[in-house]
Design a protein around this ligand. Structure first.
Ligand code: ADP
Length: 194
């Protein structure tokens, strides 16, 4: 892996728009996009052992255990060791995952460029997720209780990562309220400044 590469952690609560924005950003900046949620869902679809393990946690809106997630992510990074850069979406979600990511990148003699966070109020998150649930076919988007549980998991385990990256001067917040295009513009401008 080249030492000077762009490695972005796209961050924000469920429903903040990470997946939507990631699909634009990966093209625009030539990054390999790794969405842990997508990798888990494809394992569930293909009925792999990993999928079977992850499913019960995901259906309830709980986090998949750290070691399972970390091993999966490491394997995805290793598969793409020739990448120009990475866009991580949905990872890290706990301090243990952030520490494991630092170690993993350190082994490649590189590190995170920035955590880019989409900031969206909770009320809007629930609305967006219920709306997405009408067409996504995702069981975890189907009811308010599971959605609330995911937002709760975010505040309990994940929100703390803001200070983890702030202490390294790597946290950058972006207003995640607006049209998809407006938010893409804000993100592009920020990433261009790195
Ligand atoms: P959202 O951000 O809308 O919750 P994701 O597709 O990112 O959607 O994640 C869906 C589910 O996959 C999570 O609720 C969790 O169960 C599991 N998951 C995804 N990423 C991680 C992770 N880094 N650590 C633990 N569980 C994860």
């Amino acid at each position: 892996m080249p030492i000077q590469m762009t490695i972005i952690v796209l961050f924000g609560p469920p429903g903040a728009g990470k997946g939507t924005q990631a699909s634009f950003l990966k093209e625009r900046f030539g990054l390999v996009h790794i969405s842990t949620g997508d990798v888990f869902r494809s394992n569930i679809k293909n009925e792999t052992a990993l999928g079977k393990l992850a499913q019960s946690f995901m259906d309830e809106g709980n986090l998949v255990p750290d070691q399972v997630t970390i091993d999966m992510l490491s394997a995805e990074v290793d598969k793409n060791h020739d990448a120009n850069g990475f866009l991580f979406d949905g990872f890290p979600r706990t301090v243990a995952q952030a520490e494991a990511l630092d170690v993993l990148l350190d082994n490649y003699q590189t590190n995170i460029t920035a955590m880019v966070a989409l900031e969206v109020p909770d009320q809007l998150l629930v609305e967006r997720l219920l709306e997405r649930g009408k067409t996504s076919g995702r069981p975890d988007d189907a009811n308010t209780e599971i959605i609330q549980n995911r937002i709760k998991a975010y505040y309990t385990n994940t929100a703390i990562l803001k200070s983890y990256y702030e202490s390294q001067n790597k946290y950058f917040g972006v207003n995640g309220v607006g049209s998809i295009n407006e938010i893409t513009e804000r993100l592009q401008e920020l990433i261009n400044s790195f």
